[in-house]
Design a protein. Structure first.
Length: 351
């Protein structure tokens, strides 16, 4: 629903682009006593949508109509979080609580496990769970990268299944999200470090400080055509663009309320940029609707940091206090998103 409508007070003026969205929500209905905040990542194949229920230790499988088909039960206390589908159409999941990256078959059975913990040597050797949170594919479509949320590291699983760890310079950086870039390297966000990270294909680590202090970057994705990465700042309430050399531009998002914060972002097939905005559960007053902003594709050619000339539309989602988490496109040209606190999957049908 377009938020720039009669009865929506304080909605900023918008110009309506041609692409509008119809939003539908589908309940995850996690089996058992659902723990709030279970619904996290999603990944989309040519036929299915997969969603992790981290606190329920399950993965839900939907079809494109929104029908919940089945659940894949993961090991007890394993905490499934990140998901990806490689170029061979194989489904992978990060089991954050036990330090494992696992490959599943078409029935959801674990058929391969890769231990991504760090083993220290010496008189008193220890095993450190890196807490693999986000996982991402290298540009080759096979090499898997993962964030060491607990160890401020980024890991790479090579084709021979050996594991390499890269230490970030920022202590307690809390890396959470990864995407391949046009430079052949991997890019990521440091939630507490307020940095955008890059590891080149040769293994060189760079970290780029976001100008806005304590911005808490969430997701970073590649531009569809140009050599840029785009990212969201949860607390900064900004989106940003960074080139392959680390040059960065921030854009303030036209949020409705002072307590709105950002989640993830995605491009649609036409190149428009969609950004999730929701009321901060830790600061719920004033109350209001959560919504997704669609910025016209002209934002990608914008010079400078002033968004005032870029058309945008705000779409409310049916649920309030949703804590939106991820948003991704499917292969039919629609977008899907997850809601952590309401344990729902949303679909934006583009018309």
């Amino acid at each position: 629903m377009d938020m720039n409508m009669p009865g929506m007070p304080n909605a900023p003026t918008t110009t309506n682009p041609s692409t509008l969205g119809i939003i539908t929500e589908y309940s995850l209905n996690w089996p058992g006593d659902t723990l709030p905040g279970s619904t996290h990542e999603l990944v989309i194949s040519k036929d299915f949508i997969f969603v992790t229920g981290q606190n329920m230790h399950r993965i839900a499988k939907f079809d494109y109509s929104g029908k919940l088909l089945t659940y894949y039960k993961m090991p007890d206390d394993s905490g499934p979080h990140g998901l990806l589908i490689d170029k061979h159409n194989q489904l992978w999941v990060s089991l954050e609580f036990i330090g494992i990256i696992a490959r599943l078959d078409d029935n959801g059975n674990i058929v391969e496990q890769i231990d991504v913990q760090i083993y220290t040597a010496g008189a008193h050797p220890t095993v450190i769970n890196t807490a693999p949170h986000g996982i991402g594919l290298d540009a080759d479509g096979e090499t898997i990268w993962f964030t060491g949320k607990r160890t401020s590291t980024i890991g790479r699983i090579k084709k021979d299944r050996s594991v390499e760890h890269f230490q970030l310079n920022t202590l307690a950086a809390l890396p959470i999200f990864l995407s391949a870039g046009a430079d052949g390297g991997i890019w990521g966000t440091e939630l507490l470090g307020s940095m955008i990270l890059n590891i080149s294909k040769d293994g060189v680590v760079n970290e780029y400080k976001i100008p806005t202090a304590n911005s808490r970057p969430i997701a970073v994705i590649p531009d569809q055509c140009e050599p840029f990465m785009w990212f969201t700042e949860e607390a900064g309430v900004k989106i940003g663009k960074i080139d392959m050399n680390g040059n960065m531009t921030e854009y303030r998002v036209p949020a409705l309320r002072k307590n709105d914060i950002l989640a993830s972002l995605s491009f649609d097939p036409d190149g428009n940029l969609w950004v999730q905005v929701y009321v901060d559960a830790a600061n719920p007053t004033p109350a209001g609707y959560d919504y997704i902003i669609m910025f016209d594709k002209s934002i990608r050619q914008l010079q400078g940091d002033d968004l005032s000339g870029i058309p945008f539309v705000m779409h409310t989602i049916p649920s309030k206090m949703s804590m939106m988490h991820r948003i991704r496109p499917d292969h039919d040209g629609n977008l899907w998103f997850t809601e952590m606190m309401t344990d729902k999957l949303g679909k934006i049908k583009l018309v």
